[in-house]
Design a protein around this ligand. Structure first.
Ligand SMILES: O=C(O)CCC(=O)C(=O)O
Length: 315
């Protein structure tokens, strides 16, 4: 059996803004940044402190009977809990109060005040805790898009997906394994929208997903204090190796008007890409007027690297 190529994500220590912008950012490849100051959150954010200072604001969470969450088959439930109760439950292995079963797993991806319109912003939803977390100033204020709490039970695995914004994922407490795939491997990931259908990336069903082995696997383990730079369009899959608290910061790589204005999550394709994909879908639909063998032929023509170059067909 063909083996999947594995690469460790490079680690850079005590990176200053100038070095990030000159040597790392333009490469458009993931990088672990170690030793960048994130503020007092590293010492302060215990379960008790988070509960006391995050308060009892209601948060919408994912709850699952198994740690491997599967978005496409929705093997989890959306529930609501006060933030302090959520943090307590996410930090324990067995629960006396639970929704589905006593060892259920929890995940929070924090949201904006108006979930449909507003991106998450720690300083608005959790102002006291936000003071403890210093966002690395690697980009300009007008590029800022959102700051999102990522809090997971031990073992919780988040599906492979891409986002359209550049991202710094900060691990504040606990450790997390992150596996990434390049946008160039999109064809090998069996996409359904922005997510991969390959749920079990460690033991994939190669009968269903034979080309998955062709996707190069980039991997790192984030420790408290680490930042992971995830460039836009890079696929990522996370496993919390311990109960952990992280914050990710999305910012714009492209001019602001390239992005969908009604996208609080930062995962809707840029407007030009959406327009192009819709036009392509309509164009491919036109081929339905032809028999299957003609259709396949012309889809093949579109897919060949020289498309749309046409040579004169006269002899
Ligand atoms: O840390 C996680 O659990 C997921 C992070 C993620 O998907 C992101 O930062 O975009």
């Amino acid at each position: 059996m063909e083996l999947q190529e594995k690469v460790a994500v490079p680690i850079f220590t005590e990176v200053e803004k100038e070095v990030f912008l000159r040597d790392i950012y333009p490469q458009r490849r993931p990088a672990v940044l170690r030793g960048v100051s994130l503020g007092p959150c590293l010492e302060k954010w215990t379960v008790e402190y988070l509960g006391q200072n995050g308060g009892d604001k209601e948060v919408k969470i994912h709850v699952s009977t198994v740690p491997q969450m599967d978005f496409l088959h929705k093997n989890f439930a959306y529930k609501t809990l006060p933030f302090n109760e959520f943090v307590k439950r996410a930090s324990e292995k067995k629960h006396s109060d639970f929704f589905l079963c006593e060892d259920e797993s929890y995940y929070l991806r924090s949201l904006g005040e108006d979930v449909r319109k507003e991106p998450a912003d720690l300083s608005k939803q959790f102002p006291v805790l936000a003071e403890d977390f210093h966002i690395p100033q690697f980009f300009t204020a007008d590029q800022f898009f959102s700051s999102v709490f990522r809090i997971s039970s031990c073992g919780l695995q988040l599906w492979t997906h891409y986002d359209v914004m550049d991202n710094l994922l900060a691990q504040v407490t606990g450790t997390k394994r992150v596996v990434l795939y390049s946008p160039q491997d999109a064809l090998h990931l069996y996409l359904s929208g922005d997510k991969s259908e390959v749920v079990d990336i460690d033991s994939p069903d190669l009968k269903r997903f034979p080309d998955f082995v062709k996707a190069k696997r980039y991997e790192c383990v984030l420790e408290p204090g680490d930042l992971l730079f995830i460039p836009a369009l890079w696929f990522h899959n996370t496993v919390a190796l311990q109960f952990g608290v992280g914050v990710n910061v999305f910012w714009r790589h492209l001019p602001a008007d390239s992005y969908d204005r009604k996208d609080p999550y930062g995962n809707k394709d840029p407007v030009a890409a959406t327009r192009a994909l819709q036009a392509l879908e309509r164009a491919l639909h036109t081929l339905d007027e032809l028999p299957a063998d003609y259709r396949d032929f012309y889809v093949g023509v579109v897919n060949q690297p020289n498309f749309p170059i046409r040579f004169d067909s006269d002899y």
